[in-house]
Design a protein around this ligand. Structure first.
Ligand SMILES: CC(C)(COP(=O)(O)OP(=O)(O)OC[C@H]1O[C@@H](n2cnc3c(N)ncnc32)[C@H](O)[C@@H]1OP(=O)(O)O)[C@@H](O)C(=O)NCCC(=O)NCCS
Length: 185
């Protein structure tokens, strides 16, 4: 594979770009402070913007590495980061990776994550050379499964106690995947 790191990706409504210095208040306000966003995720909602600042600093540092893919989803209308989409696991030998994402509640149901996921998968398959991209969601979070389906992934099964939620409980997940040969423009 030919890792290039987190490069800008533009879609109709969105700019996917690296997180930047100064993004913390937007991250905090637009999604990270909301327990409804983090309900089915591994992290808990941030109590204060200082938590967000710390995490943002670690993300900025990580961009030195070319195998880090972690985009801020910026809505072109407002110019603000409204969510994130990133590679959460990399299996280099098998040219395979896992994707995770979230956006602020006021932007749900507008097709934004489907637009972002399609663009990221296209980039990872054809610019970087991945053969397989996978993702999974808590079984009580069907909207995320809908995003995966609409972006072209196939449901591959339900895995028992596959992940852990932000309360430290094992959770069952629905697992999705797409291989490069499945891609249709
Ligand atoms: C899941 C999430 C990313 C979806 O993003 P989004 O931009 O709203 O997604 P889209 O608008 O592209 O598509 C959502 C689809 O789910 C559908 N949907 C919403 N709630 C649903 C539900 N309870 N059951 C089934 N489908 C549902 C929507 O109708 C839409 O489908 P449609 O376009 O056919 O109408 C967003 O809700 C989110 O960030 N949630 C919190 C974080 C999270 O759960 N991340 C994923 C972890 S795996």
């Amino acid at each position: 594979m030919n890792h290039k790191g987190t490069l800008n990706i533009e879609t109709g409504r969105l700019l996917l770009r690296r997180f930047m210095e100064g993004d913390a208040p937007y991250i905090f306000r637009n999604w990270a402070s909301d327990p409804d966003v983090s309900r089915h995720l591994t992290w808990s909602a941030h109590d204060n913007v200082e938590n967000t600042e710390k995490i943002l600093a670690s993300w900025l540092e990580s961009y030195d590495r070319p195998e880090i893919y972690n985009w801020a989803i910026v809505h072109k209308d407002s110019g603000q980061p409204i969510g994130s989409i990133s590679m959460v696991a990399l299996f280099e030998d098998l040219q395979k990776c896992e994707i995770g994402y979230c956006i602020g509640k006021r932007y749900w149901g507008m097709g934004i994550m489907t637009e972002a996921l399609k663009a990221v998968m296209k980039f990872l398959f054809f610019e970087i050379g991945f053969n397989r991209i996978q993702a999974y969601h808590h079984i009580d979070n069907p909207a995320s499964g809908k995003v995966m389906q609409k972006a072209g992934m196939r449901h591959e099964g339900r895995m028992r106690e596959f992940a852990m939620n932000n309360k430290g409980e094992y959770v069952d997940v629905d697992f999705y995947g797409m291989v490069r040969n499945d891609w249709r423009d």
